[in-house]
Design a protein around this ligand. Structure first.
Ligand code: FAD
Ligand code: SIN
Length: 525
């Protein structure tokens, strides 16, 4: 370990003990858990608080009630994951969940309580109430509190508006990353003994998503280019209920509304979930999203509706203040009207393969949070297990790094070479290809897939990759171009994985292979 938490920064060259890429709940928690003896660079490509974590509504799952138990949380997670989650990893996450809640409370998060006990809600797949929450602003509270603590640490330097472009690697080892400073438009080298990818998911590859703009699969694409194993990327999770309104860009209507009794219905008021699963509205997400998709397609509908109005205005405002206010801002009073909802891309279940400490198969490179495949979600993530995964694996990753002796010297790397590229006067190419990739993914690689549609998407993405690589070799990079290159790479991995899975399991449904295959295996790219 370095003896003091100092870093050096010459123009365009930085040296740290640890580089953390991403300031969601995974990135911030790992920074706080690392030894204060280490110098840490924490970089965010946008505003520090922007990322999926900030928007998390429902909460974080943990066994916190005397009538619940670890075995049941494990069993629910494994069953939702449709045979593909790893029991040891799920056990590890579930058993560390109460400690994760303690760490958040120690950081200042004040979970909603009822007479001093946690107010626990429920969501699809859970057989017990076990979702701790801060009303419907759980992510916001977590992020603000973690960030406040990070800002008090002298050993952590925050770099906001810095987008990582590619990892610095030598002989199967990672030593940091090339990072574009969005203000100066210059690429700087961040050289570090340990690098943690905490860049979140890739749901922006789809035209309609609950995710903020940051979820462009950057970490997955960078890791793939560096040679990491990427696993189970066909399992793109679609959240059943996002607000359907022309001006609501990506607003989620929490599954906790269904956990509290909310009912889905057609425009004529007819309920339909009982036709698809005996658990009705609280079946796992893959089932509810497919049911809505099927009703919309067969009925030619723009959306279906979710009703919670029967709970009354006071109760709704107390439990779901954010959702109440947001819907009202669009003229929908959810204490009197049902909410128009549609499914949208929500979560990336696959990712960079890691062990229980977040280690990837490249030395000194870690991945935590949504970018990682920690083997806990399998073919479908259970609700509120993601924030949990972020916190649990952020802690184990930091502990692993804290136990290691780090070199005092850093290797040297050539600075980024921009001598052969020119400013672009063809930016329309980038915006056009962004839209095209997302439309292809939505139309051909969505909730219900077929071999023909997947192959069409594969061929078109191959052409787009050539176009993007040509543009990349000619013009100065911008954050839009960096993200487009990553979107294309991630979309290709999703398609390749979907084509490789010749069965329908969990979130991956292919109408040419509607049954389950006898052999249960991961898709490794
Ligand atoms: P994020 O929080 O997405 O953060 C990613 C970070 O990486 C950001 O700081 C971003 O700027 C940075 N970044 C990305 N690429 C780069 C790059 N190239 N260079 C530099 N920085 C980069 N899960 C639950 O368990 N419970 C819930 O209630 C819940 N509700 C949700 C509601 C919504 C609307 C959404 C979208 C998700 C929800 N989820 C929920 C899922 C959960 O919030 C996310 O999976 C989790 O927060 C991901 O955290 P993360 O730290 O991995 O990534
Ligand atoms: C929600 O509140 O519905 C989102 C929960 C999750 O994604 O786990």
């Amino acid at each position: 370990m370095s003896t003091q938490a100092t870093h050096s920064s010459l123009e365009g060259q930085h040296q740290f003990d640890v580089l953390i890429i991403g300031t969601g709940s995974a990135g911030l928690m790992s920074a706080l858990q690392l030894s204060t003896d280490l110098s840490i660079a924490l970089i965010a490509k946008d505003d520090v608080l922007e990322g999926s974590s900030f928007y998390a509504q429902g909460g974080i799952s943990a066994v916190l009630d005397a009538h619940d138990n670890f075995d049941q949380h494990v069993a629910d997670t494994l069953s939702t994951a449709c045979g593909l989650a790893d029991k040891e990893a799920v056990n590890f996450m579930v058993k560390n969940a109460p400690a994760a809640i303690d760490s958040l409370e120690n950081s200042g998060v004040q979970f909603t309580k009822d007479n001093n006990a946690y107010h626990l809600t429920t969501e699809g797949g859970h057989s017990h109430r076990r979702v701790a929450h801060v009303a419907d602003k759980t992510g916001q509270s977590i992020q603000i509190n973690l960030l406040n603590n990070v800002k008090k640490r002298n050993n952590i330097t925050l770099f906001e508006g810095y987008i990582a472009v590619d990892l610095l690697t030598q002989m199967d080892q990672c030593f940091g990353a090339y990072v574009l400073n969005k203000q100066t438009h210059k690429v700087e080298s961040f050289v570090a003994h340990k690098t943690i990818l905490a860049t979140g998911g890739a749901s922006k590859v789809y035209r309609y998503t609950s995710n903020p703009d940051t979820s462009t699969g950057d970490g997955i694409a960078m890791a793939k280019r560096a040679g990491c194993k990427i696993v189970n990327m066909e399992f793109a999770q679609f959240h059943p209920t996002c607000l359907y309104h022309p001006h609501a860009k990506s607003f989620l209507i929490s599954e906790a509304i269904r956990g509290e009794g909310g009912k889905l219905h057609l425009p004529n008021g007819e309920l339909f979930m009982h036709k698809y699963d005996e658990r009705g509205e609280l079946a796992p997400r893959d089932i509810v999203a497919r049911a809505i998709d099927s009703e919309m397609k067969s009925g030619g509908l723009d959306c279906v509706y979710l009703d919670i109005s029967f709970k009354g205005k006071d109760w709704i405002q107390q439990h779901f203040p954010t959702i109440f206010d947001k819907c009202l801002s669009f003229g929908i009073d959810i204490s009197r009207q049902s909410i128009p909802v549609v499914p949208a891309a929500h979560y990336t279940c696959g990712g960079i393969d890691t062990n229980l400490d977040g280690q990837t198969d490249i030395k000194n490179l870690y991945a935590i949070g949504e970018v990682a495949h920690t083997r806990v979600h399998g073919a479908n993530r259970m609700a509120s297990n993601s924030l949990l995964e972020c916190i649990v694996f952020a802690k184990s990753c930091a502990q692993d790094i804290n136990q290691q002796a780090l070199d005092s010297a850093h290797p040297s790397f050539n600075p980024w070479d921009a001598s052969r590229v020119a400013p672009s006067n063809e930016k329309v190419v980038v915006t056009h290809l962004w839209d095209e990739v997302r439309a292809i993914m939505w139309n051909f690689v969505g909730i219900v897939r077929s071999d023909r549609r997947l192959n069409y998407a594969k061929h078109r993405l191959e052409q787009i990759e050539v176009e993007v690589n040509e543009y990349y070799s000619l013009y100065l990079i911008s954050s839009d171009l960096v993200e487009l290159r990553n979107l294309v790479k991630t979309a290709q991995i999703i398609i390749q994985s979907a084509l490789a899975r010749q069965e329908s399991r969990g979130l991956h449904f292919n109408e040419d292979h509607p049954g389950l295959s006898k052999s249960v295996k991961n898709t490794i790219i």
